[in-house]
Write a protein that binds this ligand. Structure first.
Ligand SMILES: O=C(O)CCC(=O)C(=O)O
Length: 273
């Protein structure tokens, strides 16, 4: 997939692009199966809604090593559809993954992420410039009922807002306060829901304001997030850095792999059994 000049302009203007059905049902089945497998593991890279409850976030499935490592995620993050698209919107080839996570919202139980900018936290990680982008891939169908992601168009253009640490949610994070959000929503086009079949994807700027609601439906919602930074923008030293699974120090430039890499991992695993 080669982004057109028009798509790149839209990314600059709106702060995001949505790609319906970017990954096939076969690829989604492999990635989703890996999430089911890894979510059973006891690891510091897995946050749960409550102790021993359903997994809420799984970090570091993309690396070649570690207890949450998944060959299929390792292959996915190198595909031209993911890495190539990130290289194109960032205008640089030399990228590494600041982190990769899978966010799950279990049917009925899965809770909200308040409005925030990813760069709110990433700047505090020691990253100077907002030259990061995130590719999200839906691994279950996402609807407004099951807690889809919402993006606020054009919001990235106003830069970073000072965040506050919101401890009221299951996944505590640096959020943007209600007064700022009322103002931002009133002055921008309506938030856009990222909905669609599993396999749909979107890429969004690290200053784009986004949020998602509770999963009120009877269906789980699972999404993978691949967050890229340019190697030249890697974090400076900070006091008490966050763990490596969320603030990676693997700053080796990533290399493009084959676009059918996810399917190839299934062939290898299949032949081994
Ligand atoms: O998965 C979601 O619903 C939102 C996640 C999110 O915004 C984040 O992890 O930064």
């Amino acid at each position: 997939m080669e982004l057109t000049a028009e798509q790149c302009q839209r990314y600059e203007r709106d702060g995001y692009l949505i790609f319906p059905d970017l990954f096939s049902p076969e690829e989604v089945a492999i990635l989703r199966g890996e999430v089911d497998r890894v979510s059973q593991i006891d690891s510091e890279c897995i946050f749960r809604e409550e102790a021993h409850g359903p997994a809420k976030t799984i970090f570091r499935m993309h690396e070649a090593d570690g207890d949450t490592a998944s060959p299929a995620f390792h292959a996915a993050c190198q595909t031209p559809r993911i890495l190539g698209t990130a290289q194109r919107v960032l205008g640089e080839e030399s990228l590494y993954m600041h982190h990769c996570k899978v966010n799950l919202k279990a049917a009925i139980q899965g809770s909200a992420w308040p409005w925030h900018q990813d760069f709110g936290a990433w700047h505090l990680d020691g990253i100077a410039e907002p030259h990061l982008t995130t590719m999200v891939v839906l691994l279950d169908a996402a609807t407004e009922f099951n807690g889809c992601l919402y993006l606020l168009p054009e919001s990235h253009r106003e830069g970073r807002h000072d965040p506050y640490f919101d401890e009221t949610t299951a996944y505590k994070l640096w959020s943007v306060g209600p007064a700022t959000m009322r103002d931002m929503i009133s002055r921008h086009p309506d938030p856009v829901p990222v909905t669609g079949r599993a396999g749909t994807a979107a890429i969004f700027h690290c200053n784009n304001l986004h949020a998602s609601g509770h999963n009120l439906s009877a269906h789980d919602r699972c999404q993978a997030y691949f967050c890229f930074n340019t190697v030249s923008n890697r974090p400076a030293d900070v006091e008490n850095p966050r763990p490596d699974y969320v603030r990676s120090q693997n700053w080796q430039p990533m290399k493009l792999g084959p676009d059918n890499g996810i399917l190839q991992t299934e062939a290898v695993l299949g032949s081994a059994t």
